[in-house]
Design a protein around this ligand. Structure first.
Ligand code: GMT
Length: 378
């Protein structure tokens, strides 16, 4: 198949999933075309059957905001037409689903049919998409997609509750590539970050308010009083300077390392003992799955789709949003008992195996074939 993929090219979960999916599909022999404003960050190597088409917005003094949607729609028309794509898969509804609809209509005028699949990732439905300033467009464009997928059961339910959806939503959960995410020996690295053999807690996110990273720091403050430990904060975003100030206030600057955006997150996970995910909303929690694949148990909230990934009492523990006391108590419990920690490590890995890319990639391929068939027969 010739597959077009539209996504945000950034470190965010939806961009990561879209990129890994494209790489996986190319590995199966399909031809993949990424169409977005920057080369996706996870697309680091050269593949003979992966192409990147950069969308550039026209600057003009009249435009306070350059109309990216029009540039993307025009690029889609061009790529679909001249590369003869079989299907277009857009990740994150806003604005990709409505832009895909526009491109589809333009191509229809030219006698070209392009099946469109939209994958919902989370904030496109929960935080941003449900806002009145977007919701009519989101609802319309989901209903106009030929196929719709969501990354968790919870997200599917939330979409059906928030919008009047007439299309069937298929759940295809996020996946993990075990050739990259696995426990490896990085002891030298561990020594550099925790020279006295301290335990390592880790959090990875985009530091947006929804992640409640302040809770991570406050949980760590309690844990650190009982267990010699270090906290690694990976990622960057709007809350970072506030968190740096908080660490200064709490006198934790020597124990908390802000490592910024990192590509080799697998190497940092490989030296970690616990992963903290304190989000108030999370459709899936890809970062938690990446941790589990590297045998790192997860202490998280029970928000959104997280309980579908992190199993309470097996792969980690789930607590109510903001319940810092319970989260820290669970961290201390696990970090104080080497045997239990080891069992949780194994459980985390076992549960992550359910999300192996090798199992989930064929699900996407079957779904593509089904949608192409349906559109062609219509
Ligand atoms: O978490 C974010 O803010 C980034 C966001 C995105 O769209 O890139 O992540 C969402 O999609 C990920 C991949 O499907 C999911 O693992 C995240 O749970 C989801 N984030 C939220 O629902 C807040």
């Amino acid at each position: 198949m010739k597959i077009g993929i539209v996504c945000y090219p950034t470190f965010g979960g939806s961009g990561v999933v879209a990129t890994e999916l494209g790489i996986g599909l190319a590995g199966l022999g399909h031809e993949v075309h990424f169409i977005t404003y920057k080369r996706p960050v996870r697309l680091t190597s050269f593949y003979h059957n992966i192409f990147f088409h950069e969308v550039t917005s026209l600057e003009y003094p009249l435009f306070e905001y350059a109309p990216y949607e029009s540039s993307l729609a025009s690029k889609l028309v061009d790529v679909i037409r001249f590369e003869k794509l079989d299907i277009l898969h857009v990740h994150y509804a806003i604005p990709h689903a409505s832009v895909a609809y526009m491109a589809k209509q333009i191509l229809k005028e030219k006698g070209i049919q392009i099946p469109v699949i939209t994958t919902l990732h989370g904030t496109d439905i929960t935080l941003v998409g449900a806002d009145k300033s977007f919701s009519p467009v989101v609802e319309f464009s989901i209903n106009q997609s030929d196929g719709v997928t969501a990354v968790s059961e919870h997200l599917k339910e939330e979409t059906l509750q928030n919008f009047d959806i007439v299309k069937e939503i298929k759940v295809i959960p996020n996946f993990i590539d075990f050739t990259r995410f696995r426990k490896t020996n990085k002891d030298h690295f561990r020594k550099a970050l925790a020279p006295e053999g301290e335990k390592i807690l880790i959090h990875i996110s985009n530091f947006r308010k929804v992640k409640r990273v302040e809770d991570v720091v406050r949980v760590f403050q309690i844990v650190h009083q009982k267990i010699p430990s270090k906290l690694l904060l990976i990622g960057d975003g709007p809350e970072r300077s506030h968190l740096e100030e908080l660490c200064r206030e709490l006198n934790l600057c020597d124990e908390v390392r802000f490592l910024g955006k990192q590509e080799a997150v697998d190497e940092l996970l490989a030296i970690s003992d616990l992963f903290l995910l304190t989000s108030e909303n999370e459709s899936f929690g890809l970062a938690a799955l990446e941790a589990m694949a590297c045998e790192v148990p997860v202490i998280s909230t029970n928000a959104g789709g997280i309980p579908e990934v992190n199993i309470h009492g097996q792969t980690g523990y789930l607590c109510n949003v903001g319940d810092i006391e319970s989260m820290s108590a669970y961290c201390i419990e696990l970090l104080s008992n080497e045997n239990t920690l080891e069992t949780f490590r194994k459980n985390a890995y076992q549960n992550a195996l359910k999300y192996d890319i090798k199992t989930l990639l064929p699900e996407y391929v079957r779904f593509y074939e089904h949608i192409i068939d349906k559109v062609i027969k219509s």
